[in-house]
Design a protein around this ligand. Structure first.
Ligand code: ES4
Ligand code: ZN
Length: 326
């Protein structure tokens, strides 16, 4: 019950974070130089000017373009280490980190390079940053189900380091049911399941992610608010939603932060968490998202503590680990 103190950020877990979305312009240019990759931007200022998005797709175009600089294990290690240092400084004690294997394998970067590289950072994160981690492999929903299944099979040698699967990229027109068999196979391998749903897509995609894919959490889930019966179900089943307020503003899912439905969602009894999504692109890491909803949405200290508590409760940490992190 201590008053808010910005010098002591609230301990929290980050549950919705794309590691490729933590690529800051400075690191992008450093890696481009190291790998002899030419970026179509003169410098970091010019690149930053490209960070004005109309919608999810306009962001994804830049997100995939900049991945060209990620080529070696060390690149992925440097990327993840930079994220973990920033996250730790903002009170993140545990991070469940998404990565997009197909975005790399289709450019000729092997899955092993990605996983081994990320693991160089994640494997020593508790010691180096005081942040425990989990890795969640996402399938690109605008690629085929066959490609997703091939990716799952290719990941089998690395499953000791991969906790779960997710579903991301362009949502509309790519309903969860497209990935039914892939998620069944993932479940059979003992993987945890999450999926983006209801970011730009309709509430029906949230229902489908729960019923067809068997997800334990819904990433975003914002548009559930259009369907009162769905809200009631999500409340009753205590389905965690990993919201990303600054992302929603930058991708124009909400007009301005002051209009964000987070307060109404909490009032409805939904199990919300606050996360950063692609912090290098959307103007803030986990603590910045907490600060923004605190100052702009006027959430009480109790609500902020509830959000932090939810983040650990909705994580894939075991109960004993969870108590230690908090
Ligand atoms: C993403 Cl904000 C968002 N939505 C869907 N897919 C993504 N991949 C990276 N960021
Ligand atoms: Zn996301």
């Amino acid at each position: 019950t201590s008053p808010y103190d910005a010098s002591m950020p609230l301990p929290k877990a980050e549950l919705h974070l794309h590691v490729e979305g933590t690529l800051e312009p400075e690191l992008a240019f450093e890696l481009a130089a190291r790998n002899g990759v030419r970026l179509p931007y003169g410098d970091t200022d010019e690149l930053r000017k490209a960070y004005q998005f109309e919608d999810l797709q306009s962001f994804l175009n830049l997100y995939y373009e900049l991945m060209a600089v990620l080529r070696t294990e060390q690149d992925f290690a440097d990327l993840a280490n930079a994220y973990l240092a920033r996250a730790a400084a903002q009170g993140v004690r545990h991070a469940e980190i998404f990565f997009d294997p197909q975005a790399h394998t289709k450019r000729g970067v092997e899955l092993g390079t990605v996983v081994e590289g990320l693991w160089r950072a994640l494997g020593s994160s508790e010691a180096n940053h005081g942040v425990s981690t989990r890795l969640i492999m996402c399938f690109l929903r605008d690629d085929s189900a066959e490609s997703a299944m091939e990716t799952l099979r290719a990941a089998e040698p690395y499953l000791d380091r991969i906790t779960g699967v997710g579903l991301d990229s362009a949502e509309v027109g790519h309903p969860p049911v497209k990935f039914r068999e892939v998620y069944e196979a993932a479940a059979a391998l003992g993987l945890r399941r999450v999926a983006h749903a209801g970011e730009e897509g309709p509430p029906a995609y949230i229902t489908e992610a729960l019923d067809v894919l068997g997800v334990e959490r819904v990433d975003h889930g914002l548009r559930c608010m259009e369907d009162p019966a769905l809200v009631e179900r999500l409340v009753r089943e205590r389905v965690p939603l990993t919201l990303c307020p600054l992302s929603n503003v930058r991708l124009r899912t909400v007009d301005v932060l002051a209009d964000h439905p987070l307060p109404a969602m909490l009032d409805a009894g939904l199990m919300c968490t606050v996360n950063s999504d692609d912090p290098a692109y959307f103007g803030g890491y986990a603590g910045d998202n907490f600060d923004a909803v605190r100052s702009t949405l006027g959430l009480s200290e109790d609500r902020l503590r509830e959000l932090a508590r939810n983040s650990f409760a909705a994580s894939f940490l075991e109960d004993d680990e969870e108590r230690r992190e908090r």
